[in-house]
Structure formats: C-alpha cells, structure tokens
Write a protein that binds this ligand. Sequence first.
Ligand SMILES: [Zn+2]
Length: 204
Amino acid sequence: MKTLTKELQDKITPAMAIKLLKDGNQRFINNLKVNRNLLNQVNETSESQHPFAVIISCMDSRTSAELIFDQGLGDIFSIRIAGNVINEDILGSAEFGCKVIGAKVVVVLGHTGCGAIKGAVQNVDLGHLHFITSKIQRCIGPIKKEIPNATTQDLCSHVTKGNVELGVSDLTARSSILEEMAHKEEIIIVGALYDVSTGVVEFL
Ligand SMILES: [Zn+2]
C-alpha cells in the first residue's frame, strides 16, 4: 500500500475511492490490515498530503476512520464530531479537503450505539449539547410519523440512518462548492453506517 502522491491521487476516480474504502473495511473485519511503515509514511508525507477521501464520522472512541477503513498516514481527512452532524466548520473542512486538496469522496458515517443519537431521541439537555442534538432532531419528527409506536431502540436505529441522510443532503444543500463538484462527478458524497458490534461498514 503506497503512500499517496499527487500522481496517484489524480488517478483515483470517485468510484475507485469508494472501492478503496470498502476494501479497507474488508481487511479490517478480516484482521488482515496492511503492515505499514508509519515512520516511513511520516517522511513521505512531510512535504505534502494527497488524501483520497473525507470521512465525517462521530467522535465515538470505537469509530476511528483510519482504523476501520485500514488507511495510513496521508490517506484520508478524518473529520470527527459527536453525532457526525454538519456545521459551518465541517462544511469548510470538507470544501478544503475536496476543492483544495483533491479528495474524491465524502462519506458521512453514522454508527450503531451512538450516544449523540440517543441524546437527541431522549431530548437530553446539557451545556452545549443542544447544538448537536437539535441538528439530529430535524429527522425525528418525520420518522415518528412513519413509525408511531417505535421503541426507543428502534427509533435510535432509524434516526441514526436518517441523520446520515440529513448529513449527506446538508453537504450539497449548504455548500455550492461541494454541490458543483458532485454535479460534475469530480467527487461523490455518500452515507454509510458502521456497526460497532461487527466492525462492518455498510454504504447506503
Ligand atoms: Zn456516536
């Protein structure tokens, strides 16, 4: 697995970028991770970086993008925030990753057992948490209408997926840069779900 150069990054299409992530997750769940010389990669990436992906995932300690996609130094931009919600800073980070540095895919990655999702469903109010839960709660109303008698667990699982879908639509609805790049097929923006009990990432 070579450290990414500008030439290698240029050759990666959005579809190939998704395949690279899927292959990496396959290696992860089969315990076949690539034996990288990370110290060499420190040297090889010291002057510049050419990552192929932007992963927007939760801060959850079990969802480190580099680990679950088996990537090395210089491979992916890892943006992490409770509940993988989208705000202005995250939009700017994703725009930088794609437009300036040349990443080919943006993944909004939710996960099972997410504390932020549970907090949003249970309307937990603590300190600044409402900035996060209020973003997630935008999808709860429609889901409750669709499944009126859902248990909390059921609701959490639907909201986890709904929140990923919201994240994907937020990226293009709120960023003309990302919207245009996706329209021109320079990038692809996708949602995915990580199962903390199996290590499997399912692309939506
Ligand atoms: Zn989480």
